[in-house]
Design a protein around this ligand. Structure first.
Ligand code: TXA
Ligand code: MG
Length: 346
């Protein structure tokens, strides 16, 4: 058995034999739940439409919500997409972003080549590609020898799993890589005639992308797409942005500042709190409190977000009150997930 050390976690033991076996399962058209640095994914051979169909079925995922394809490196990503189909002023950008941020929590939505089956992209002419950083994901991609299409391994609309035991959808094989390092899904960017568009806030801060594009992007604009409030509005732009997503089963209320909460409004319900530092919640009568980072570190908070949500959801509460975090760095992705969890639960 190998001991794989990743970040400051020592991963549970996933042996090379386990990974070879899982690679074979992928090649044979089966499903493998795999750790990535963001969240666990449920993977299938991206070039096998029947295998990908099993992912949609296992997740009860609507067919209009496309999957991200995970590859070993930028060259493998470029083999699936047609960079020449981008506006000339933007053709250099995927390379710039790949150089800076891959492997890592960035997904680029690019014009697809014909070899990518339509089921992967929900019929769109673009495909989301990403090079994950997690060593188990990298080894699995190498062992499979094919690109791996993988959504987060939760049942559609539920919270994303950041530990193998959160996974509510089982693959034919589950590779347990311990807790995920980043804890929120990848940042998804697309390329519009007007410039680069952040379609989903995620594990790579927008500020980092803006900095890189400013330095090497040749004046291309970066904008953040506003969340769509109803599926009918614009599902094709980035379907994962639908408000009903990342939902705990327990009703959830999001407030900007805990000071705004009148404890009397909670009645005698059993209420849990999720907040960044937690100190203001003391004495307010919460049954349990999840502190995301006592020091207010937003990166650490992102890594704990879904775990905290899963724990609160299992605590037999009537209500979860979540306090928004500062809107900067990974705080933007955290607030985005909290907003959607609260929308979905209400
Ligand atoms: O970190 C992650 O991205 C995780 C891990 C497993 O890699 N995966 C993940 O996948 O979060 P999923 O399926 O839960 O979310 C993928 C989202 C879609 O819902 C959609 O918003 C966007 O990525 N996406 C994928 N392909 C797209 C495309 N062709 N056009 C627009 N958006 C796309
Ligand atoms: Mg998901």
């Amino acid at each position: 058995m190998n001991e794989i050390v990743f970040s400051d976690y020592t991963l549970r033991m996933v042996s090379d034999a386990d990974i070879q076996h899982a690679g074979q399962v992928i090649r044979d058209g089966g499903l493998v739940a795999m750790p990535t640095e963001t969240v666990y994914g449920l993977g299938a051979n991206a070039l096998d439409a029947d295998a990908v169909a099993k992912v949609f079925a296992a997740k009860a995922r609507p067919s209009f919500d496309p999957l991200i394809v995970h590859v070993a490196d930028a060259a493998a990503a470029w083999s699936l997409v047609d960079l020449d189909a981008l506006p000339e002023t933007q053709r250099h950008l995927p390379g710039v972003l790949a150089e800076a941020f891959w492997p890592g929590p960035l997904t680029m939505v690019l014009p697809k080549r014909e070899m990518v089956p339509g089921i992967v992209t929900s019929g769109l002419e673009t495909v989301g590609v990403r090079v994950p950083r997690h060593p188990v994901a990298q080894k699995l991609i190498a062992a499979a020898g094919v690109p791996i299409a993988a959504p987060s391994a939760n049942v559609c609309g539920g919270s994303s799993p950041t530990r193998a035991e959160h996974g509510t959808v089982d693959g034919d094989v589950v590779l347990d890589g311990g807790p995920c390092d980043t804890g929120v899904e990848s940042t998804v960017v697309g390329f519009d005639p007007g410039g680069l568009v952040v379609l989903r806030l995620g594990g790579l801060p927008v500020e980092a992308i803006e900095r890189q594009v400013k330095q090497q992007g040749g004046g291309v604009a970066v904008t953040v797409a506003t969340p769509t409030s109803s599926p009918s509005e614009q599902p094709q732009a980035s379907p994962g942005r639908l408000d009903r997503h990342y939902a705990p089963r327990t009703p959830m209320r999001l407030i900007e500042k805990l000071e705004q909460l009148d404890p009397a409004s909670l009645g005698n319900q059993r209420v849990g709190l999720m907040s960044l530092r937690g100190e203001q919640g003391r004495g307010m009568g919460f049954a349990v409190a999840e502190v995301l980072s006592a020091t207010g570190d937003l990166t650490a908070a992102a890594a704990r977000l879904f775990e905290a949500m899963h724990r609160l959801d299992a605590a037999g509460l009537d209500l979860i009150v979540a306090e928004a975090v500062p809107e900067q760095g990974l705080g933007r992705a955290i607030n985005d997930r909290l907003r959607r969890a609260a929308t979905a639960a209400s």
